[in-house]
Design a protein around this ligand. Structure first.
Ligand SMILES: CC(C)(COP(=O)(O)OP(=O)(O)OC[C@H]1O[C@@H](n2cnc3c(N)ncnc32)[C@H](O)[C@@H]1OP(=O)(O)O)[C@@H](O)C(=O)NCCC(=O)NCCS
Length: 192
């Protein structure tokens, strides 16, 4: 059996892998699409330096995540921040450790791309999964996506915030977190 992890900027993600990642994403979150996705549909927001990571077995994408980057402003400082977007494993391949392989590669990629921190959200049961990958739950600190006019607070959706710091500058955000929401300024209806 051939198996390997593949990662690249989204623009270089081979079309057969992209098609499979889109199909898996559509099967998991159909309401995020207006209809079955076509080849031109991006997996991630093109303006956020999107990268794709996939675990491939015999040419089949079995686990996938997107990684995106933004500049985040918090309490007067700016941070290069990375998010996980659309993490999933094909239903028939779950609980084989493939998601964790992809997640750990995502952390390496974030570091290699000079991220100070990584912040994103998850449903509470998945905190165990992300903790195993190296993230920690940020209690009392919601992330705010959407726009300034139409903010989307993660705790309004029952989501937990996750954080990981990669640099000393990233670590310096910690004293300014408790109770202060982090604005991501991602744009209308987006929370990574
Ligand atoms: C979350 C997801 C990506 C995990 O992928 P996976 O390849 O099955 O994960 P792993 O096999 O690497 O899991 C490692 C450990 O994380 C934890 N874990 C994984 N999935 C979990 C889940 N759904 N609930 C709670 N804990 C989970 C378990 O401790 C697991 O170890 P175990 O299999 O020995 O119990 C997968 O369940 C999935 O695609 N879910 C649907 C989409 C989704 O919700 N994505 C997350 C968006 S934030």
């Amino acid at each position: 059996m051939s198996q390997h992890i593949f990662f690249s900027p989204e623009v270089d993600f081979p079309l057969p892998f992209k098609r499979q990642a889109l199909a898996l994403t559509y099967a998991e979150w159909p309401t995020a699409f207006s209809g079955p996705p076509n080849d031109d549909e991006p997996l991630n927001a093109p303006e956020r330096e999107p990268h794709c990571i996939a675990w491939i077995e015999n040419g089949e994408v079995l686990s996938y995540t997107g990684v995106q980057f933004i500049t985040l402003s918090h309490d007067g400082k700016q941070y290069r921040a990375a998010g996980i977007s659309g993490m999933l494993t094909a239903p028939q391949a779950r609980h084989r450790g493939l998601g964790l392989k992809v997640l750990r590669k995502a952390a390496q990629l974030m570091q290699s791309q000079a991220a100070d921190i990584s912040v994103f959200t998850c449903d509470p049961p998945l905190a165990v999964f992300y903790a195993a990958g190296g993230w920690e739950v940020l209690g009392n600190t919601p992330l705010i996506g959407g726009s300034r006019e139409r903010p989307m607070r993660s705790d309004d959706f029952g989501k937990l915030s996750l954080i990981r710091c990669f640099t000393d500058h990233g670590e310096s955000i910690r004293p300014n977190l408790d109770g202060q929401a982090i604005w991501l300024d991602l744009g209308e209806r987006q929370l990574w």
